[in-house]
Design a binder for this molecule. Sequence first.
Ligand SMILES: C[S@@+](CC[C@H](N)C(=O)[O-])C[C@H]1O[C@@H](n2cnc3c(N)ncnc32)[C@H](O)[C@@H]1O
Length: 249
Amino acid sequence: MSMPDQIHPPQSGNAAEFVAHNDDVFGRIASRYDRLCDLFSFGIHRTWKRRVADIIAQEEWQTLLDGATGTGDIMLRVLEKQLPASRRIIASDISPQMLAIAQGKLGQHGEQVRLCQLDMHSMPDIASESVDAYSISLGLKICQRHLALQEALRVLRPGGRLIILEASNIRPAWLHKAYLTYMSICTPAIAWMATGGDASAYKYLLQGVREFPGAEQLAKEMQDMGFSDVQFERLSLGIVAVHTARKPL
Ligand SMILES: C[S@@+](CC[C@H](N)C(=O)[O-])C[C@H]1O[C@@H](n2cnc3c(N)ncnc32)[C@H](O)[C@@H]1O
């Protein structure tokens, strides 16, 4: 699968300055992505993603879109909750290699899931107001988040819920600084060993974690863009936060 050529506007709100069309890093590391997640977070990403799946499960939805689904961690945790058969998940990502790994994990749940190659910035295959819930886990810092959030507003039905898991700001601020220092020393070493020297595997992660807005600022951005009922919850002291919001009725 190849994406059509597109005109890319300036990289507004792209914390990591990552452009998927310029660097196929997720294609290169797809088979090692799950292991890298465990290494970078000491396995804690599993707890964060379980929390996201719990929030999604509390919501009334028939169609869930999971953007930047990667190897499918969120959709699989949602599927573990024994959904009614009428519910459908669209799991999308820009990388066909990541989608192929997700496909391999679906097992008995294949009927409830449609895997699609989509760019979060513009998803013409998804009709306006056709989605009841939209999740993005660890994808917003590596895209133009203003474009992706606008697109979320388009595809969500009025009242539909957006759920975002992303890097955030630890409180107190001195601890956040210490965390960034630790990350900038340890992440390159871990990634270098785990990928055989692919610098992209940590470059975007580090830059994204450093530059992504703190929880309060992201909440304000979402409000300013027109989302209602914006809330956030810091996890692991604020290493990440889950933001939720609704498209106004
Ligand atoms: C850090 S991974 C997150 C994967 C998964 N959601 C998780 O929580 O583990 C980021 C994913 O975003 C995808 N991605 C990057 N830019 C994208 C874009 N513009 N549109 C859709 N997916 C994108 C990458 O291919 C990758 O699979």
